[in-house]
Structures are given as C-alpha cells and as structure tokens.
Design a protein around this ligand. Structure first.
Ligand code: DX5
Ligand code: ZN
Length: 226
C-alpha cells in the first residue's frame, strides 16, 4: 500500500533571528507542516518558545502550524496556542492527568488534537482514547533537545501502532515521528508507518534545507513504489 509522506521541519534547529525567512524557505522546498517545539523547563529541561512565536510566524506561512507541547499541565495553554493560530496541538501523554479532557478542549477549539508518547511510554496508554485523536506522535528520542540520535525501538512501535489503527478502523488518525529523523533514515521510518516526519537538525543544519526536503520526499516516494 502506498502511504503519503509529509515533512514537518522543526524550527528548533532554525536560526531564530531569521525565523520567518527560514520558514518561507522550507515552505518553498515542499514542507507540509511547520513543527514548533514548546518546552517549559519542567517537563523537559530546556526552555524554548510560547504562543508569541506561534502568533508571530502565523502570517508568514500558509502551512499548518504543528505545535508540540513538552510542558507540564498543557491544558492550561490550549486556548493561548489556539488563539495564536495553531492548527495542531500535541500534548505529551505523560504530562496529562486528565488526558481525555485536554484532547476534548483542543478539539473544541477546532484544532487537530495529537498525543505524544515518550520512548518508554507504551502504546496501550492510548487504548481508551485512540478514537478521539487526530494524531499520535511517536517520540524517537527523549524530548528536550534537537540533534539527538534516533532510538531504533521506535520503528517497531510505529509498526505496532499502524497495525492497531488498522485493526480498529482508525486509519484517519495520522502517525507522526519526532527525533533523529534524517535523510538517511526517512525511508525506513516511513516504511514502518510514519506519515508526518518531523526533522529539525536533519533539515536546518544541512547546507540547503529546501533541497534536503525534496530528497527526503524522493526517498519515501521510491519506497512507495518499491
Ligand atoms: C525533541 C523535539 C524535536 C526536535 C527534533 O525534543 O520534540 O521536535 O526538534 O530535532 P532533531 O530532528 O534534530 O532530532
Ligand atoms: Zn517536537
């Protein structure tokens, strides 16, 4: 079966002094979404950006803004990120005591709702809530920093997630992968079931980010007909 691939450059590895320019360049190169990593210094050790950056970028791209919240108690900020222009809001399962409520709050704002699983969090954490989701994000690194190595166990997790979704007739739920995704592994990640491939350093730390996106898509397209 052929499955589409979407590339979501993570601006965490972009030049923050030239963010709008960087985003326009990857959009021109064929990016499908812009991934924004929000970190609070509690859920993960790093501190990054908040709704202000989402709002500032909104007028500079027509692409969906894919907001990944690596923060404690993310339900508090759903409205702020929705107001800022997020098209997707993904929360970490580990950060939500009332995950169902948070997912409902995201959807009530007309925003696509995603849940991310850390490498150590089993898929069955989502068993009860899978039909309520628009997206599942499989973390292929421990979140917090760009530039880490892909954890190979994520491939089997992707395959198992894909077969669960198929078995339950939930193939409309998008499967996203985040961490250590680069040109040299996109084909394998896509083959395992990743549809939205997030890549930060693998795109922005290459000499020509637009060309890297085109090469990533070509590698996955070759896979689709193989
Ligand atoms: C990791 C973030 C990622 C990060 C990916 O905590 O969620 O989105 O930017 O960066 P790379 O692609 O460099 O691993
Ligand atoms: Zn991310």
């Amino acid at each position: 079966m052929t499955r589409s691939v979407k590339i979501a450059p993570s601006i965490l590895s972009a030049d923050f002094a030239r963010l709008a320019e960087e985003v326009r360049a990857v959009e021109k190169g064929g990016a499908d979404l812009i991934h924004l990593d929000v970190m609070d210094g509690h859920f993960v050790p790093n501190l990054t950006m908040g709704p202000l950056v989402v709002r500032a970028l909104r007028p500079h791209t027509a692409l969906p803004l894919d907001v990944h919240l690596m923060i404690e108690n993310p339900g508090r900020y759903v409205d702020a990120f929705a107001d800022a222009g997020a098209d997707y809001i993904t929360v970490q399962a580990e950060a939500c005591v009332h995950l169902h409520r948070v997912v409902q709050a995201i959807r009530a704002r007309g925003v696509r709702a995603g849940v991310a699983l850390n490498p150590a969090t089993p898929l069955h954490a989502l068993d009860e809530i899978l039909p309520d989701l628009d997206l599942v994000l499989v973390m292929s690194v421990n979140p917090g920093f760009g530039g880490q190595s892909f954890i190979p166990g994520a491939l089997d997790k992707l395959r198992r997630l894909r077969s669960r979704l198929e078995a339950r007739g939930l193939t409309h739920v998008e499967v996203e992968v985040d961490g250590g995704v680069k040109l040299n592994n996109v084909r394998e990640v896509h083959r395992a079931g990743g549809e939205i491939l997030v890549s930060g350093s693998g795109i922005f730390r290459t000499p020509n980010p637009a060309e890297t996106i085109r090469a990533m898509k070509a590698a996955c397209a070759f896979e689709a007909v193989a």
